[in-house]
Every structure is written in structure tokens, then in C-alpha cells.
Ligand binder design. Structure first.
Ligand code: AVJ
Ligand code: FE
Length: 446
């Protein structure tokens, strides 16, 4: 890196760390103390845990591993190690109270900004193009999305200021229902993206047979037709595991939906409102997405299909960072960064369309794929096994694209999220696909 680009990298890191901390302040500052220490769902940590965990990871990776500093408060490390205590146990731990958690995160950050001034950002390993700093800014933003999920699960009146919805799409009614992605190779994953995480690496060629993909995510209106058609009462559409889960958990509609006579209402950050038909459906589990797709005569896309639609540029014959190209997302490209507290109507963001014409692949809702979370060929756990490797082969399904609660720094065409197929407190939706050519049958005949 040239001296000039090292300096602009330093500035970019400082900006990203600040942006993450401002968002953390919104998520933890808008709420009363008892609500910071309470557990709002056994699936989530108390918000005050996320806050101190953010500071603790920052201290571990930047002050200790990069800076070689001694631990500030070694006795608190086990409290904030995500692998030491499951989320359901965290409220019973002797956690730092809110004022101390804030002071700790602030103390770490002050020292990190000093370290940033004196650190060589064009090193190797953790310091290759400032990787550790980028990883930590992403980590804070990932926990900010986690805290946003906790806000959504919390009962009681709203505390987050609602934001105006995204502008209504102009040409949604004119869009084709699906786009064709012709058969061919594409480059999946990345080797050169400086702040990509280990599970996105390395780049490798994948052949993808021709398929059709929904132009936009499945909407609430379309999902209501599945419900109205008895979709939750018909085992034909569900895998055996999905049907067993439906029965045991009593699934009848997306999470946060309630019926009021003939209308569906949803709870969104403390407000009960009619379900908007034109918005992508959110808060469905993988089993629901998979069942809807089968009911519609379709299927979920594989992870490779999703990524090819989002990144492959057929004219140039190469993969790009985002559906619209290589430039960082702006407010015209995608609904990201908690700018709106909801998905944007299907068909929004024409400037964010992919070369194949698919829209809203980035932002709005995480999209379930049919794929299990596993390593790419040549995967190497780095810099710690607990980010990805320990989750491989454990029944997690991959989600792609990112929700309205994902920050631009934590979103790329290669970014992989994962969760269990029963989970739906996350901002999860989906789109469907179908083969464009008949596939060989088991007998080998077409
Ligand atoms: C990538 C969202 C599954 O929250 O468990 C945060 C991100 N890893 N701290 C998670 C993460 C460590 C992770 N997900
Ligand atoms: Fe974490």
C-alpha cells in the first residue's frame, strides 16, 4: 500500500469504528436500565451483555493481539466469551451493570484510537490491509443487528424512533416475476476482498446449471395466499422435520403476526400495524420458506445460485462485490444500516439491480437458501475457529444478502450468514427458484 492509501485506510477505519459506536449508542441509549439488563427472549442476551462483549472483543483483538497490551480486566473475560455461557444463561451472570459496561467499552475505544495512529496497517496476518480493525468494526455492527432483533422481541411500547419508509417503487408492477440465469461457471467466494471473513474464502469456480430466480423477495401478500390456501395445514408442502416442528411449535403464520378477523396484523418494534402486502415477508424460518416454495411449485435457491445472481457480470465474465457493481452501497442501492426499521416494498431500489435484473438481493431481508453451512474448498479457519468452523456441519442453513438491519461494512455479495432451520427471530425472508432445464433423473434419463 502507498503512504496515501495507508492514510485513507486509517481514516476509513476510524469512520467505521465511530459509525458502529454511534449505532450501539442508539440501541443501548434509548432504553431504560431495567430493559438493558433484562432478558427479552431466551434466544437473546441482555443488551448490556452485547455492549460489554463488543468492548471485550475489541480489547482482545486490537489492544491485546495487535497492540500487545496487558488485559484491562482479565477477570471479566469468561463472562463475555460467547462459548463459555449460552445466551439463556447470561442474565444470571455477574455482568457489568450498564454504566460500567459503557465505561469499559469507552475506555477500550479510546486506547484503540491511539493504537490506530501508531499501527502499521499494511502488515501481514491480522494487519493485512487493516484486517483486525475491519473485523472488529464488522463485529460491532453484527451485534448491533443482534440488538435490533432484541428490540423487536421486546414487549412494550416502542423506544426506537421509527424512520420514514423507503420511497415507493415506481415500476414494480412492470417487473417480470423471475429472471433467467443461463448455465455456466462463475467465481464464488473471494480471495482478495480485504475484510472478508474466513468462511467467504477462497474464491473458487462453480458450475451453475440454468435456473430462474424470483426478481424480488416473496412478499407478505404472496405469503398470505399460502396461509389462506391452508399451507400450514397440509403436510404435502413440508419436510418431515418441518412438519414435526410446525406441530410442536404451533406455527400458523410468521413470527409477530396475529389475526384480527379478516386482517393480519404484525408487531414491529412495539407497534401493532396491518401487515403491508407489498413488503417482503420477514420473520419466517427455513421450514416455512421451504414449504412456501414447494406450495408455489418451486424451490429455494442454492447458495451458489444466489451468489451467481448477485455477483456474476455476464458481460465482463467476472464476479463483482455487489449486484450493482463494485462501488460501496449508497442509500439508492439498498435498504441497509437500520436506515428504515422495515423492509422496503418489493421492486424498490432499481439502482441496486443485478445484471440479470434481480432486485433487493442486498438489504431488506436475509434470504434463506437451500444450502447447509459448510467450508469452501481450501477453507482455512482464521483468525479464530469459533467464528465459522465450529458451526460447520451442525445443521445450519445459509442466509444471504443482509437485512435492513445490516450495516454496509458487514454486507458483500460473498457474505454468508447462517442459522438453524427453526429460527425466525432474525430478519429472515426468502425468494424462490426453479430449474430452467430438465435435470437428469435418478435413472439417468432426461
Ligand atoms: C454471523 C450472525 C451468525 O451473531 O452468531 C458475532 C456473528 N460472531 N460475534 C452471530 C458473530 C461472533 C454471528 N453470525
Ligand atoms: Fe460476538
Amino acid at each position: 500500500l502507498s503512504a496515501g492509501s495507508v492514510e485513507s485506510l486509517r481514516e476509513r477505519i476510524a469512520t467505521e469504528l465511530l459509525a458502529a459506536r454511534e449505532r450501539t449508542a442508539v440501541l443501548t441509549g434509548s432504553i431504560e436500565e431495567p430493559d438493558l439488563v433484562a432478558q427479552h427472549s431466551p434466544l437473546m442476551s441482555p443488551l448490556v451483555w452485547d455492549l460489554a462483549h463488543i468492548g471485550n472483543q475489541e480489547e482482545l483483538w486490537l489492544l491485546r493481539n495487535v497492540g500487545g497490551r496487558d488485559p484491562l480486566h482479565p477477570e471479566i473475560d469468561p463472562l463475555y466469551d460467547a462459548f463459555e455461557h449460552p445466551r439463556s444463561e447470561r442474565p444470571s451472570l455477574p455482568l457489568l451493570p450498564p454504566a460500567e459496561a459503557r465505561a469499559y467499552a469507552r475506555e477500550v475505544r479510546g486506547r484503540v484510537l491511539d493504537l490506530l495512529e501508531t499501527t502499521r496497517l499494511d502488515g501481514t496476518g491480522l494487519l493485512r490491509q487493516g484486517f483486525a480493525f475491519g473485523m472488529i468494526a464488522q463485529h460491532e455492527q453484527q451485534h448491533d443487528e443482534t440488538m435490533l432483533i432484541t428490540h423487536q422481541l421486546r414487549q412494550g411500547p416502542p423506544v426506537l424512533a421509527d424512520r420514514p419508509p423507503a420511497p415507493a417503487p415506481q415500476d414494480a408492477a412492470l417487473l417480470p416475476a423471475e429472471v433467467l440465469v443461463p448455465a455456466g461457471d462463475f467465481s464464488m467466494g473471494t480471495t482478495g476482498e480485504p475484510w472478508a471473513l474466513d468462511n467467504e474464502r477462497p474464491a473458487h469456480t462453480v458450475h451453475v446449471p440454468a435456473y430462474y430466480l424470483d426478481t424480488v423477495p416473496v412478499t407478505n401478500g404472496a405469503y398470505q395466499r399460502f396461509i389462506d390456501d391452508g399451507g400450514y395445514d397440509d403436510p404435502r408442502w413440508w419436510t418431515p422435520e418441518g412438519w414435526a416442528h410446525l406441530r410442536q411449535a404451533g406455527l400458523a403464520a410468521p413470527l409477530f403476526w396475529t389475526r384480527d378477523g379478516a386482517t393480519w396484523l404484525r408487531r414491529r418494534f412495539g407497534t401493532l400495524e396491518p401487515v403491508p402486502a407489498e413488503e417482503p415477508v420477514v420473520h419466517v424460518c427455513w421450514y416455512e420458506a421451504d414449504a412456501y416454495a414447494r406450495w408455489a411449485g418451486r424451490r429455494l435457491p442454492t447458495e451458489a445460485e444466489w451468489e451467481k445472481a448477485a455477483r456474476h457480470d455476464p458481460a465482463a465474465g467476472r464476479s463483482r462485490r455487489y449486484p450493482w457493481g463494485d462501488d460501496a452501497p449508497t442509500a439508492d442501492h439498498a435498504n441497509l444500516g437500520q436506515r428504515h426499521l422495515r423492509p422496503a416494498p418489493a421492486g424498490s431500489y432499481p439502482a441496486g439491480a443485478s445484471p440479470y435484473g434481480a432486485r433487493q438481493l442486498m438489504g431488506d431481508v436475509w434470504e434463506w437458501t437451500s444450502s447447509d453451512f459448510g467450508p469452501y474448498p481450501g477453507f482455512r479457519a482464521w483468525p479464530y475457529r469459533e467464528y465459522s468452523e465450529v458451526f460447520f456441519g451442525d445443521g445450519h442453513k445459509v442466509l444471504r444478502g443482509g437485512s435492513f438491519g445490516v450495516a454496509p461494512i458487514a454486507c458483500r455479495g460473498t457474505f454468508r450468514n447462517w442459522d438453524y432451520p427453526i429460527r425466525r427471530q432474525i430478519f429472515s425472508g426468502f425468494r424462490t427458484a426453479r430449474d430452467a432445464e430438465p435435470r437428469p433423473t435418478a435413472a439417468g434419463a432426461v
